[in-house]
Design a protein around this ligand. Structure first.
Ligand SMILES: *Cc1c(COP(=O)(O)O)cnc(C)c1O
Length: 343
C-alpha cells in the first residue's frame, strides 16, 4: 500500500525503535528526564529560542501557547484554513474563552495588511486582539511555504500592535527543506513556535514548543493542568532526537517526491492540480471527471494507493518517509487507471 493520506502515517523505523529502547529516562514531570531535557535544548537551539517544553501533540502546543499568552475575552487572528481554526475542537474557545478571527486566503498565507486589518483598535466593546498565528507550512491549504518576507511583515504588524506572534510550525522543517532558510530565521522575533515530531519526522508521538524561559515556566503550568505532563518520556524524546539526527534530510526527498507526484498527476486527463506544489502536500481536483472525489479515492485505494478526499471537491496527497519514488510512480499509475475508468 502506498499511503499518501498524511505524513502522520509514518511508522517508527528500526533505528528509531532501537534509540527508543535504549533511552536514558527519568521523571519528566519533575524535570528529571535527561533525554527529554536534551530534546528540548536541541529544539530550542534549532529554533534560536531560549527554552522549550516537550508536548504529547502539536495540538497541545497550539493550545498551551494560546492559553499562556491570552486571557478569556481575547481574540486570536489565524488563517481560515488553519489547524487551530478547524481541527482543534475550538479548544481556545472551549478552554480559554478566546475567540478566533479567521482570515480568508487562497493558500493559507495571509498578508501583513490582512493581519493589520483584523487587529481591532482597543475598545471597551470589542474583543481584545491578542495573538497572530502563522502556520508554516500550511496544512489544509496544501503545504504552502510562507515567504520569509511575509512571515516577517506579519510578525512586525503583530509586534507593532502589541500582539503575540505565534508560529504553528508543525511542518516548519519542510519549509526549511524547501527554501534553505533556517528554522531560526523563520521564527526570529516570534514569541512562540513549535515543531511536530509525528509528521514528516516520523516519530510515533510528540511535539516541542519553544519560547522564552519565562514563557516555558507558565506553559508548564498549562501542560500540567491539561494532563500533558509525563513520566519516563525519554522513550518518546529519544525518537525525536533520532529524527533530528536522521530524518531531517528526508524532508527534502519528501518535498521532491511531492513535486514528482504533481508532475505525474498533472499529465492525467481530468486531474487538475489545485495549487503549485511547494512542499510535501499537494491538492488536486477530479471535478472534470464528473465523479465525486470520494469515489476516485476509493477506486485508488482498491489499487493499493491511499489518497485523502477532503470533501471540498479536492483530494490531498502527502508524501513522507514511508513513500519512496517507486511508491509515487505507483500512485500516479493508479490515478491514471482510475481516471481512465471513471472518466
Ligand atoms: C498536525 C498539525 C497540528 C497538530 O499536531 P498533532 O501533533 O497532530 O496534534 C497542528 N498544526 C498543523 C499545521 C498540523 O499539520
Amino acid at each position: 500500500m502506498v499511503d499518501l493520506y498524511s505524513d502522520t502515517q509514518t511508522r517508527p523505523t528500526a533505528g528509531m525503535r532501537e534509540a527508543m529502547a535504549k533511552a536514558v529516562v527519568g521523571d519528566e514531570q519533575s524535570g528529571d528526564d535527561p533525554t527529554t531535557n536534551a530534546l528540548c535544548e536541541r529544539t530550542a537551539a534549532l529554533l534560536g529560542m531560549e527554552a522549550a517544553v516537550f508536548m504529547p501533540s502539536g495540538t497541545m502546543c497550539n493550545l498551551v501557547a494560546i492559553l499562556t499568552q491570552t486571557r478569556a475575552g481575547d481574540e486570536i487572528v489565524v488563517d481560515a484554513s488553519s489547524h487551530i481554526y478547524n481541527t482543534e475542537g475550538a479548544s481556545a474557545a472551549a478552554i480559554g474563552g478566546v475567540s478566533t478571527k479567521p482570515l480568508t486566503t487562497e493558500n493559507g498565507v495571509f498578508t501583513a495588511e490582512q493581519a493589520e486589518a483584523a487587529i481591532r483598535p482597543p475598545a471597551r466593546t470589542a474583543p481584545r486582539s491578542a495573538l497572530v498565528s502563522v502556520e508554516n507550512t500550511t496544512a489544509f491549504s496544501g503545504g504552502s511555504v510562507w515567504p520569509l518576507e511575509a512571515v516577517r511583515a506579519v510578525r512586525d504588524v503583530a509586534k507593532r500592535h502589541g500582539l503575540i506572534a505565534h508560529m504553528d510550525g508543525a511542518r516548519l522543517l519542510n519549509a526549511v527543506a524547501a527554501t534553505g532558510i533556517s528554522a531560526a530565521d523563520y521564527v526570529d522575533g516570534f514569541d512562540t513556535a513549535w515543531i511536530d515530531l509525528s509528521k514528516g519526522l516520523g516519530c510515533p508521538v510528540g511535539a516541542v514548543l519553544c519560547g522564552t524561559k519565562d514563557f516555558i515556566v507558565e506553559a508548564w503550568r498549562w501542560k500540567y493542568r491539561l494532563g500533558g505532563a509525563m513520566r519516563q518520556s525519554g522513550v518518546l524524546a529519544a525518537a525525536g532526537l533520532y529524527a533530528l539526527d536522521h530524518h531531517v534530510d528526508q524532508l527534502k526527498v519528501d518535498n521532491d517526491n511531492a513535486l514528482a507526484l504533481d508532475h505525474g498527476l498533472r499529465a492525467i486527463e481530468g486531474v487538475e492540480i489545485a495549487a503549485p506544489t511547494q512542499s510535501n502536500i499537494l491538492r488536486f481536483s477530479v471535478e472534470a471527471l464528473g465523479v465525486p472525489e470520494a469515489d476516485f479515492a476509493k477506486a485508488c485505494l482498491e489499487r493499493g494507493v491511499r489518497f485523502r478526499a477532503t470533501g471540498a471537491h479536492e483530494i490531498r496527497a502527502t508524501t513522507h518517509l514511508d513513500v519512496d519514488r517507486a511508491g509515487v510512480e505507483r500512485a500516479i499509475a493508479a490515478a491514471r487507471e482510475v481516471a481512465a475508468s471513471l472518466g
